[in-house]
Write a protein that binds this ligand. Structure first.
Ligand SMILES: Nc1ncnc2c1ncn2[C@@H]1O[C@H](COP(=O)(O)OP(=O)(O)OP(=O)(O)O)[C@@H](O)[C@H]1O
Ligand SMILES: O=C(O)[C@@H](O)C(=O)CO
Length: 422
């Protein structure tokens, strides 16, 4: 196995998003859960996306896990490693985007790392270093109410600098518009000034292709799936990768009962749950009771067991920002979040024990908890359900999953996903 591209994602849905994007761009891609063991052989694979659940853990732990993944990828031929973060730059001033980028760059002996979360097809653009979500700057978007990482500053040069040991520069859109050589010259100039990272503007997909071409020769970059797209395009254009026709099939259908779990409290997910109520049984968990003991989860499993033989069900802890705030005030943001993740993961185990083989999960942290609880290690990438969300097939071939980022997917996402997860 000699990888053309190595990727380290800070959460599982983000990893799926990137794996989907790379597959669409022609790279034969596998998403692993955690750092694989030494014996995982993946012949004919161009890219591996190592999924970590490190977005909201202490920075030193995130750095250690990323460095372990980086070593595994480079030992298998990866000359460039992309640290994949959220397209809305989900993080706090304590990290983890800055500390991980600093560490990977130091390990690789790189002078600077290009950083951009831009992903225009999902409405994420960067201009003069400011991140926009659709038509509004980040700090005016729903991400300002994120339960774990509320984003209240749109200026990413400032945000990243607060997390990093080194100064941060800017590659502005006018430079990007002049092409890869102009971007390369700007990066080299910033490195000469002592900058360790540079936020790069990108407003259109063409800008991503320029950035990918400009930074592929560096050993490290940091970004969202948009930068992954640019890197993949550069690999195909350079001849390093012969583009695969379409995503190779996931093999025979798995069939069996299906279920959906939602821990995301994003506006998009709340709307998707409401739409699902018209087409499948939906159980909305009582978060206070969920935190109080096992009874709420046990009752939800009993409810599901009575229904999954007739069709898919949806179980959600998701709530409005106001309700989330009240619960967090009582129990603590981190404590409430992680306890609910664990409860949903336990419900997922119970559903699989009752025969569920097709599982849709909404939320990055929630997906991480579920996949870890199920002990899943690697996925092949199948058809795209919605931008950023593919069907995943376990390498063992016995399950189909969809791990949905909270903000992704259209109003009928849950039924759209189940229709493709055979
Ligand atoms: N009713 C609730 N009250 C408070 N917190 C909740 C509630 N339901 C879920 N949570 C927590 O909110 C957090 C949601 O994070 P998660 O990453 O799963 O979704 P997301 O942020 O919308 O998705 P993404 O990270 O992909 O953008 C989790 O920690 C989850 O446990
Ligand atoms: O980039 C995104 O927005 C998503 O892939 C994500 O990070 C989900 O957590």
């Amino acid at each position: 196995m000699s990888l053309a591209l190595g990727c380290i994602a800070d959460d599982y849905t983000g990893a799926s998003d990137l794996a989907n994007t790379l597959t669409r761009a022609g790279l034969r891609t596998v998403q692993t859960i955690g750092v694989p063991g030494p014996d995982l052989d993946l012949p004919g694979i161009d890219a591996v996306v190592v999924s970590l659940k490190s977005r909201s853990i202490p920075a030193d732990q995130a750095v250690a896990r990323a460095r372990e993944a980086d070593a595994w990828l480079r030992a298998r031929g990866a000359g460039h490693v992309l640290f994949k973060v959220c397209s809305t730059f989900d993080s706090t001033d304590a990290g983890n985007i800055g500390p991980v980028t600093d560490a990977l760059r130091a390990d690789a002996g790189a002078t600077i790392a290009l950083v951009t979360p831009a992903f225009p097809e999902t409405g994420r653009t960067v201009f003069q270093g400011h991140l926009f979500v659709g038509a509004v700057p980040l700090h005016e978007s729903p991400l300002k109410d994120h339960p774990l990482n509320p984003m209240r500053d749109s200026n990413l040069v400032r945000v990243l600098a607060r997390q990093s040991r080194h100064p941060v520069g800017l590659v502005d859109l006018a430079t990007v518009a002049k092409g890869p050589a102009s971007v390369r010259a700007r990066l080299d100039a910033l490195a000469a000034e002592g900058k360790g990272a540079a936020i790069a503007d990108a407003v259109f997909d063409a800008d991503l292709a320029v950035l990918g071409a400009a930074c592929l020769s560096d050993p490290v970059s940091t970004g969202a799936s948009g930068l992954g797209l640019g890197l993949a395009q550069a690999l195909v254009a350079s001849g390093r990768v012969q583009a695969a026709s379409a995503a190779e099939g996931l093999g025979a259908p798995v069939g069996g009962p299906a279920a959906c779990l939602a821990g995301s409290c994003s506006q998009a997910t709340l709307g998707q749950i409401a739409m699902a109520e018209a087409v499948m049984p939906v159980r909305r968990l009582d978060p206070e009771r969920l935190l109080a003991g096992p009874e709420e989860a046990q009752d939800a499993l009993a409810w599901a067991a009575e229904r999954i033989g007739s069709g898919p069900v949806l179980i959600a802890s998701s709530a409005s920002p106001e309700a989330v705030t009240v619960l967090q005030a009582r129990h603590g943001r981190e404590a409430a979040g992680h306890a609910i993740e664990a409860a949903l993961a336990g419900i997922a185990e119970g559903l699989v024990a009752r025969g569920v083989r097709r599982l849709v999960v909404a939320g990055g942290e929630t997906s991480g908890a579920v996949v870890d609880a199920l002990g899943l290690t690697a996925f092949r990438v199948g058809p795209e359900i919605a931008p950023g969300v593919p069907v995943l097939g376990t390498v063992r071939g016995d399950m189909r999953l969809a791990l949905k980022s909270g903000n992704f997917g259209g109003p009928t996402f849950f039924s759209d996903a189940l229709a493709l997860m055979q």
